[in-house]
Design a protein around this ligand. Structure first.
Ligand SMILES: Cc1cc2nc3c(=O)[nH]c(=O)nc-3n(C[C@H](O)[C@H](O)[C@H](O)COP(=O)(O)OP(=O)(O)OC[C@H]3O[C@@H](n4cnc5c(N)ncnc54)[C@H](O)[C@@H]3O)c2cc1C
Length: 255
């Protein structure tokens, strides 16, 4: 239940509000997760006037503002086509108009296509206070209580990698039972992230080349059982999806 609403005009003002011990005070981006009914009283700090919605190419990097909506991202230049597919898979048109980049990552569970793709891209988060840089893979376990008082201002991804995204779901529009995102840098560095299970996507491989991708995928989901699918199914599907990603990036034979 939202008991206070603030719309600060500066990041410093927002940080002062977020640092309060009482009442619990949280950043409000699109509000699509925060607006869900909850018995816990919270104060919210609306981020819309803070100018955190920029998008800039800096050499081989893309700096994305934390409050950019998923729909704005869909129309940005330079984003890999596979990331756009993951965004479309993440949320419907209406939800994409409000859901923000940082809010989606911070509210995501393991079935989030967008967060899985961003993990493969080794997205780097900028957090205040302290201008701390944190890899998405390190931030995911910190969500919830440990994010109290902190604000994500920017997310940086590489602009020079190739990305593939593949998934299986009960219907094409459903969230994935298993999804795989494979990124490869010009140096050969290859990262595979898997989603579809548990409280966050996981990193299955980060290596200097693509060898071992299929085996890493199967092994990462060897115990991934829940009410939606058995571990045997997920493990096998993860291997198949990893192979499809390799084929998509013309890397078959390496996996
Ligand atoms: C109809 C509907 C269906 C949905 N379906 C799903 C679903 O299937 N799966 C799913 O995972 N979610 C779902 N959601 C939840 C939600 O839409 C998404 O997670 C959404 O992308 C959250 O983005 P937001 O910008 O609206 O976040 P908000 O609601 O504004 O914030 C989400 C969380 O992130 C924090 N936060 C936001 N921005 C920042 C920042 N810059 N720095 C620090 N903390 C920040 C907030 O404090 C809050 O804790 C659904 C919502 C609706 C309304």
């Amino acid at each position: 239940m939202i008991i206070e609403y603030h719309r600060p005009q500066s990041v410093d003002e927002a940080l002062v509000l977020l640092a309060r011990a009482e009442p619990v005070t949280l950043p409000l981006a699109g509000g699509s997760a925060l607006n869900r009914p909850s018995p816990d009283p919270v104060a919210v700090v609306d981020l819309q006037a803070l100018g955190l919605d920029g998008l800039e190419r800096r050499g081989h990097l893309l700096a994305l503002g934390a409050t950019l909506t998923l729909e704005r991202l869909l129309h940005a230049d330079d984003l890999p086509p596979a990331l756009l597919r993951a965004i479309r898979h993440e949320a419907t048109y209406n939800l994409r108009q409000v859901a923000s980049l940082a809010g989606t990552i911070l509210a995501a569970d393991g079935r989030s296509p967008f967060t899985t793709a961003m993990l493969a891209l080794d997205a780097q988060m900028t957090l205040l206070p302290g201008e701390e840089q944190l890899a998405l893979g390190d931030l995911l376990p910190l969500r919830g209580e440990r994010m109290r008082g902190r604000l994500v201002t920017q997310v940086t991804i590489p602009a020079n990698v190739r990305l593939s995204y593949a998934y299986v779901a009960r219907t094409p529009a459903d969230l994935p039972l298993v999804c795989a995102a494979l990124a490869q840098w010009p140096s050969g560095r290859t990262r595979l992230a898997l989603g579809g299970y548990a409280s966050a996507p996981c990193l299955a491989l980060d290596g200097p080349e693509a060898s071992g991708v299929e085996a890493a995928a199967s092994s990462a989901y060897a115990h991934a059982a829940d009410e939606w699918a058995s571990a045997e199914y997920r493990s096998q599907a993860a291997g198949v999806l990893a192979r499809r990603c390799l084929q998509d990036l013309n890397l078959e034979g390496s996996g």
